[in-house]
Design a protein around this ligand. Structure first.
Ligand code: CU
Length: 111
């Protein structure tokens, strides 16, 4: 079973569900990912914020925990040495302003 397009002898039910196309085959239903869903998966964004007030590993841990608690944040990597935090996130679920506010709410200043 391969591809997103009908093969001869394969009956398509014509519906897209959650970005998947259901194919009816002799072996049963097979779901394939739609091109749109593939694009959505890749649409992650990375942003780096300068953070003031990080002084120890405890600060690093609180910033990471706060940011990774936001829906859409995949990973937050604070650097004590550089005084910054780099965040990988899904821009369809959160944004720069929410990330900034979360860092501030954790007790730090963001530039
Ligand atoms: Cu600290």
């Amino acid at each position: 079973m391969s591809g997103l397009f009908p093969l001869s002898g394969v009956d398509i039910d014509g519906l897209w569900r959650d970005g998947r196309r259901l194919l009816k085959t002799a072996g049963g239903l097979v779901a394939t990912m739609s091109p749109a869903a593939r694009v959505r998966r890749k649409a992650m964004k990375t942003e780096t914020f300068l953070v003031q007030g990080m002084t120890c590993d405890g600060c690093v841990a609180s910033i990471r925990r706060a940011l990774e608690g936001i829906a859409g944040v995949k990973e937050a990597r604070p650097s004590l040495e550089k005084g910054e935090v780099t965040v990988d996130y899904d821009p369809s679920l959160t944004g720069e302003t929410a990330l900034r506010r979360t860092i501030e709410a954790a007790g730090f200043d963001v530039n």
